[in-house]
Design a protein around this ligand. Structure first.
Ligand code: AMP
Ligand code: MG
Length: 455
């Protein structure tokens, strides 16, 4: 009986490395949930051109840096630039362009004045261009007739004068560079954008879309064959005759395999008959990267799995682990091309099957699928709300729920029997509290190590 950590090390060391054959290319949406298999390098700067982060006016910062409600600056609005439009004019000193969020910054402008700090004034033309653009508050004068600020030193603008002109009064100086998104400020073309080994979710899809990367290199999903062994088993659709037990493991494991990002292959129920079981194991090993069987790994007369694995040429690495539930657990490898097939002979009791999966199989699936980080079991320390009991001989896993409350985790034990055959109180389990070897009780209120179960 191997201690849990020793078994874990042996098992994790069996995980084969991924090769070129394990890569494929999928389109952007299909990459959701998949693991990136190569670095993504964008060919566009983000943003691709300077643009405005706000609705307001594009200006020369030097024109407005000193203004205030008492010393406003008046600028002539020479163009309107909605998002998506290419600016037609360069902004000269004393001028501004009406600009909207995401719109391209016109040449010459280097700051955005938000519209909330301005007042718009529409004036009829052609009056002499009295309100020459102002360039600094020190030169400002107020026209007694119009009450507008202007800079008498500047020449009227040379652009044709339309029947009306818009002017803005800038009442507050923006911070330098504020609200200007400079070209390449967020990302520069050619540098690493996404690194391999990450799971692609909505944020990564947004990033990939933003740089127009639509063919995504990902690792192929692993195939995990699942078979249930036992003469007593019937499928959930079959009538239940006396003495029979419904095969719940196959479905629970299929759901877990899917959730871990692999493809389950359901191989069905195999009776405790060596010939049938041998064929079923051989087929599963041929079909899949990982095989999970439940039942038949204990010491009973009908527990054939270990013997058949040896007959079929597997190397058995683990036979029994000091864990409760889940002690009789066989881990073996079959030489395969291009890499070995991992075999997990999991005990048949429904809770043992799930605990074994969460503790040992799930990390293997994640790492073997190409996940570079966070494939290991995730642990937290929680305070238990219930008194936890164990036999002290094996590392005991008690199922329940953790909740984050006022910044710390609290563990609540599931009510009812904690027998490995009782699956009824497993519903809503999101954590397993661990009572270590040598400890027989953890009183309520004490700290306990908890394995988080991915939801
Ligand atoms: P075994 O590991 O084959 O000795 O089985 C241990 C216990 O788990 C027995 O009570 C079995 O009936 C039960 N069991 C085995 N396989 C399954 C299964 N696929 N679904 C539900 N219970 C099972
Ligand atoms: Mg059995």
């Amino acid at each position: 009986m191997l201690p849990v950590t020793a078994a874990e090390k042996i098992i994790f060391d069996l995980i084969p490395a991924l090769g070129n054959d394990d890569r494929e290319t999928v389109d952007l949406l299909s990459s959701s949930g998949r693991i990136l298999a190569a670095p993504v390098i964008g060919s566009y700067d983000v943003p691709s051109w300077p643009n405005s982060a706000m609705d307001g006016y594009a200006v020369h910062y030097e024109d407005v840096e000193h203004c205030s409600p008492q010393h406003p600056v008046v600028l002539r609005v020479i163009e309107e630039i909605p998002a998506g439009k290419i600016p037609q004019c360069a902004i000269e000193r004393g001028q501004a362009a009406r600009i909207y969020t995401g719109a391209m910054l016109p040449e010459g402008a280097n700051a955005i004045v938000i519209q909330e700090t301005t007042k718009l004034e529409t004036r009829s033309n052609p009056t002499p261009d009295t309100y020459s653009e102002t360039s600094s508050t020190s030169n400002l004068e107020i026209d007694p007739e119009t009450n507008l600020a202007f800079n008498p030193e500047l020449q009227p603008n040379s652009i044709p004068i339309p029947s009306t002109s818009n002017y803005i009064w800038v009442l507050e100086a923006p911070n330098a560079r504020e609200f200007v998104r400079h070209r390449g400020a967020f990302y520069q073309a050619g540098s690493d954008l996404l690194t391999p080994g990450i799971r692609i979710g909505a944020p990564e899809i947004a990033v990939l879309a933003a740089v127009q990367c639509t063919q995504i290199p990902v690792y192929r999903p692993l195939k995990v064959a699942i078979l249930s062994t036992g003469d007593e088993l019937v499928s959930p659709e079959q009538p239940l005759a006396p003495g029979q037990i419904v095969d719940s493991n196959q479905y629970a494991l299929a759901a877990l395999v899917k959730q871990a990002g692999a493809v389950p292959i359901l191989m069905g129920i195999v009776p405790d008959q060596p010939d049938l079981l041998r064929d079923a194991i051989a087929t599963a090993v041929f079909e899949a990267d990982i095989v999970l069987s439940t039942g038949g790994v204990s010491v009973g007369d009908y527990d054939y799995v270990d013997r058949l694995l040896a007959e079929l040429g597997a190397v058995i690495h683990v036979k029994s682990i000091g864990i409760k539930p889940g002690k009789p657990m066989t881990v073996a490898t079959f030489a395969g091309e291009p890499k070995p097939v991992l075999y997990f002979g999991i005990p048949g009791n429904p809770v043992s099957a799930l605990v074994s999966f969460w503790r040992f199989v799930e990390p293997v699936i994640k790492k073997m699928s190409g996940l570079a980080e966070n494939w290991q079991p995730q642990w937290v320390t929680a305070h238990t709300r219930n008194h936890l009991k164990a036999d002290g001989k094996r590392e005991s896993y008690l199922w329940g729920r953790v909740q984050l409350q006022e910044g710390s985790y609290k563990f609540s034990l599931s009510g009812g029997s904690h027998s490995s055959g009782n699956l009824i109180n497993l519903s809503q389990t999101n954590a397993l509290a661990v009572v270590p070897v040598g400890t027989t009780a953890i009183p309520a209120g004490e700290a306990v190590r908890v394995l988080l179960i991915p939801q």
